[in-house]
Design a protein around this ligand. Sequence first.
Ligand code: FUC
Length: 790
Amino acid sequence: MRKKILFALLILSVFYGCLQEKSLIKTYKIWDDKPAPNRGADFRKIQAGGYPYDPDWEKYSYPIGNGYMGANVFGRTDTERIQITEKTLCNVGLYGLGGITNFAEINLDFNHSDPKNYKRELNINEAVLNVSYLSDGVKYSREYFMSYPDNIMAIKLTANKKGKLSFTLRPEIPYTADSVKNKFRSGTVVADGNLLSMVGVVEIPFKVKFEAQIKVLNDGGTIINSNDGEKASITVSDANNAIILLSTGTNYRLNQNIFMADPAEKLDSTLNPHDQVSKLIVNAEKKGYSQLRRDHIKDYQNLFLRAQIDLNSHISDSTTAALLENYKKGNCDRYLEELMFQHARYMLIASSREGTLPTGLQGIWSQYQITPWTGGYWHNINIQMNYWGAFNTNLAETFIPYIEFFNAYYPQATKIATEYLKKTRPDSEIGEDNGWTIGTGNTPYKIGRVGGHSGPGTGGFTTKLFWDYYDFTRDTAFLEQTGYNALLGMSKFLSKTLIQEGDSLLLVSPSASPEQAHNNTHYITTGTTFDQGFVWENHHDLLKAANILGKDDAFLSVVKDEINKLDPIIIGESGQVKEFREEKKYSDIGDPKHRHVSHLCPLYPGTLINSNHPDWMKGVAYTLKERGNNTTGWAMAHRMNLWARLQNGEEAYNVYKLFIQEKTMPNLWTLHPPFQIDGSFGCMAGTAEMLIQSHEDYIQPLAALPKTWNNGSCKGLVARGNFVIDAEWKEGKATLIKIKSAKGGECRIKYEGIANAHLKNASGKSVEFKDENDIITFNTQAGDIISIRF
Ligand code: FUC
């Protein structure tokens, strides 16, 4: 009998263990008890770049996405609004760069005017959105998702009584009305049987051909279509339920020509998205809704479920809007802090998948004709911030689109490097081997100029992502094929931006600290900390990469010589980290409250400033205090990560709190303002950085734990070396740290009193370790799981 009970317990615990691995302890949902309003754009309030603001879209609609396309769903019961964005559909944008634009508006007329028991809910654990309500005694439900494996949007509409589902589907191509200033596009909507096609072209400046197909499959009732002029529609009457499938495409192909050719030559005009868009619909219909849904959830959860944090919170009953309102009043519910973290991971998965473009300034969502700042890839902090958290929150694959983007823009980036050097070095010999670089403003169609208000350090800021991608994944094939050459080429370029000053100093010239201005003009100088710092970081990472791969390029000796002559970090008379070499006291030059803290990049995302230089760390703390936490969205996120690296958990938490209180909207999108996605992703990285750090040569769990997170646990966060970390803590002290070694290798962990802890492997055997000043070191093989109990 005892044996049987023990056996049953064993089975149960194995089963429970499996469950633990596969599901989160909590369900994360964003929900509301009313639809998003849809009152139209507010023409009195103008966004960056001069385009009208749509507060309802921005604050209340819920986003879904699959890397290729995104949708904002309003969940309305009169006329539902589903606004579609497709990443490759661009018009002129701003500054001649091209920019993402609204792809389609899908209207569903239900005319249910008095809904009861209304609920709309975005389930973050599954990436599925639901709307349900009662109208005239009938319960109506709609379920929406966007699948990456099938590149399709699917909607299921149901009524709980037979024959009660009726609606008209009316898609519109946006911004084609005569009243629209600068009409860039034309197109038609045609209904044929149960299929609606939207076909057209955004003529200026790239002649992008686009097509969307929408298929309506009704169960019961009748279906008719209408082709009334431009306003084609499909009407379903008295059905039991229905499925809507939507696919989109353009003739954009990510390749080197996109960045090299003139605007009208960038795309292959012989390509037509029609076949591909049709095939997606045919395949999806064949597969069927249930299988599409299963495949979508499986694909999504394969990424999403890898990491979780539990800050000792309870799922709240309040709507998300009420939770946020309460938080603003000072009731800082930790569930919302967890939800923000997981929602950002959700949005990263929804907007950045292999084979699609990188996630942009607004992720994959834009309802604008011209999106603020073109929705582009801004490289003086925004795009980097988008990916900081990909690595430590266990979503490294979401960075692959940037690697693909890099491979496509690389030849143009080498041209830009040479052009820049020819312009800035008129007297010196500029050969052809100048590496590559990238400046601030870039889009899917164009990489822009280097320099101006942001120094050439933007290139090193970018390659930091390549190094970190390697360092977190330890993917040596990536380092060999792409990473090493990217670092090498960047060092070659940066090396040529240096001028000799005396015997032992090399300074970037011209140089700028992103967007800092003095006397109302951007301040251009020599050797800013931002530029010097990123030359140091890139050179340093290159030498590490060369060492790993056993490379012996002759240029490496140049790098070794230069790295000692950069003198990047100088403490000024106020105790500040100087932003400019010529600055004496804090704020002598530039805006003392500027949102950018580019001179602190050597602490985060860089590694030059670290605990081996306590005076520099103090200088960062002084500078951060002076600059203040009250700034724009992404700028708060950078500060959060910096405070985390200073291991000041209270300040890191204060900025996070401020970010939620001041910059977060009821749909949990966040503001720069306007809506940008970088701040959400940056704070997601910051949350993980507070819990696990690994930028020095050891892993440091709970490095910046604030008091309010005194009890909790995390699972599946990643440290450099590809060590996957679970941790549990009570009263601010670790009780268990579990390390899964994905790639093997030496593991070093720093934690107070760790030498007294018990280390066991998965079969319960003690693990030998060396110990030195609260750092323990032990060897691992790939697949090893080591538990450290305190
Ligand atoms: C950088 C920032 C701005 C804005 C823009 C998109 O240039 O300095 O604040 O976020 O990117």
